[in-house]
Every structure is written in structure tokens, then in C-alpha cells.
Design a protein around this ligand. Sequence first.
Ligand code: UFG
Length: 348
Amino acid sequence: MAQLLITGGAGFIGSHACLSFLESGYSLVVIDNYSNGSIEALKRVTQLASLEKGSKRLKLLSGDICNISDLDSAFNSVDERIDAVIHFAGLKAVGESIEIPLKYWEVNVGGTLCLLEAMKRNNCRTIVFSSSATVYGYPKEIPISESAPIEPINPYGSTKAAVENILFDLAKSEPGWRIASLRYFNPVGAHPSGFLGEDPNGVPNNLFPLISQIGVGRRSQLEVFGANWPTPDGSAIRDYIHVMDLVEGHRAALEVLIDQEPQSFVVNLGSGKGHSVLEVVNAFETVSGKKCPCNFVGRRLGDVACSIADARLAKELLGWETKRNLMDMSYDSWNWQKINPFGYKTNK
Ligand code: UFG
């Protein structure tokens, strides 16, 4: 079974992916600088995957994708060659990217360049890249297909689009590269065990962690950004995707890259279904039995009324589609937060 390098494996999506790849038989080298990830998440991955202490199937390295020697050490940390890289590491907060754009370019674009150079040096030419639906900016048509214009409206989106371009150029320049850029819609939910989940630093920006924290009493109410969007209930609509579906999408993409002729593709990972903020609030109240008090405020800068993936290409190309619905996402997010009210820390 192949050996993978996972960058950013201690983060929300990365940790779920590590577990899923281990359960499928892959061996992993994980590199993370723990700026937005947790070593505790990886300890739990080890337990959930029932790995023996010191198992050679999971090597954890503290290191940075912007540091050439950290990357070379990762490639050289195992006797077998690294067959592919799953590249999650990066900065991901839209608002923060507007405040510190240079940092976003340095880490997301500079870090990926360092990683691609390290891959070349170490003769590894297969990569699955975490892109984002944010590259589409204000969508002109719903559902959003992969051929829609790429017009990011914030530095975070610009850095994701820039990396996609770098990957296109690389694929054209040298045959042999196998590249998948996966455009995530809104990843939410948690591992069904309740032992892995999303644990943002500080006040969350995103809807699901906010509502979950209201449920356990860490916050008092949800500010709903906009009550008069052109949607049936006036609140904005997003395509939420369960993190377990998302990581299964990565496995499907990797298998296509490994099993077929060298190729590069860009594909949406979404459910193809949209839910409004108020529908999400309702689903949460149902699964948790807790009230989520809402206060309607103005629209958030840069938000759009509706974002839903055209999910057909993923099904055609990868044979993958989402299996979990809004109730599953709400139940698993709530289960995680209920068991771990302060995330991976005992309290904050
Ligand atoms: N929302 C609120 N109140 C809040 C937080 C969010 O009403 O306190 C609303 C937003 O306005 C939006 C919906 O809940 O309508 C979802 O918001 P999130 O912040 O959870 O997610 P976004 O759709 O804004 O963005 C997410 C990621 C981005 C990614 C994008 C891709 O945060 O990194 O999905 O579509 F680029």
C-alpha cells in the first residue's frame, strides 16, 4: 500500500483524513507546525486506528512547509519512498487574509512552492491539493460548475487560485505529474465517534462551530448575517459537506491519480444541495434539544446569497458522491462538542 506525506494533518480536515487513510491501509508521514492543529487530534487518530505504540505506519513530524529542510527531513524520514502528498497545510480565515495578505501569500503560495520543489527533489509527482469554492467569488450561476469563472474576492481565495495555476503550469511543463485540486464547499461535522472534530482557535468564524459552542453554553447567541437575502427564508444558503464525505472524496481522488494514466484535474467536493442558516439552526435544535437564540444583524462583507456545488463531475470522474445529510452533519458536530465542550483542550 502506498506511503503518503500529509501536510497539515493535525488540523480539522487533515486529522479526519489521516484516520481514513490509515483505515484504508496507507502508511503516513504527517508534517504540521501546529499553528492551527492539535497534537491531541493525532493521538486520538492513533487510538481510533488501533495503531500499536511506535507503529511504523504513522510518523508525526513537527515542521513547516515553508522550511526546505523540514520538508526534506519528512521525505527522508522513512525507508520507503513517499508515493503521494495530500496537501492540507495552509491558512484559511477569509477575514484574517484581508488583514494580513502577505502572510497568506507566503504560507499558502510560498509554502506550496517549497513543497513542490521538495517533491521534485525527492522524485514524488503525485499531489492532492486542498482548494476551495472561494475561488469562484460571487457565483454567476447556481449550481457552480468547475468551468465557472475564477474570480476570488479576498486574498485567501486569490492564494488558492494562484496555487491551482501553479499546478496547471507544472502539469503542462512536465509529463508525469498527477495532480488533483479539490474545491471544497463548506466542510462541517465530525467523526461519528465524537473523538475527532473541529476545534478552532479563539472565537469561531464559521457557522457550525459557533452553533455547537452555543449549545454547550460557551456563547449566548448566533448573529445571523442578513435576513433579507433573495432566498426562501431570507437567510443565506450554503452547500455543507460532512468531513467524512470530504475525506472519502480525497481517497477517491488519490485512487484515480494512482491507478490511471498521469493526469491533472480540478473537481468540486460538495453535496449539490443547499441549506439556509435557519435550516441549519433548526437541525441543530432538533438533534441537541437545545435552543439556539438568533439575533438578525446586517450582512457580512463578502458573503453571497447562495453557494451550491455542481457535484456531477466528482461522481463521473471519481465515482464519489456525498452520503451524509444535514441531520448527520448536525448530529456529529453536536456529539463532538457535547463530549469535548472545549475541544482538544480541557478548558479555554
Ligand atoms: N453565518 C452567520 N453568522 C455567523 C457565521 C456565519 O449567519 O456568525 C452565516 C454566513 O453568513 C453564511 C453561513 O453562515 O451564510 C456559512 O458561513 P461560514 O462562515 O460557516 O462559511 P462561509 O460560506 O462564509 O465560508 C466557508 C469557509 C471558507 C470557504 C467557503 C467556501 O469559511 O473558507 O466556505 O465556500 F472558502
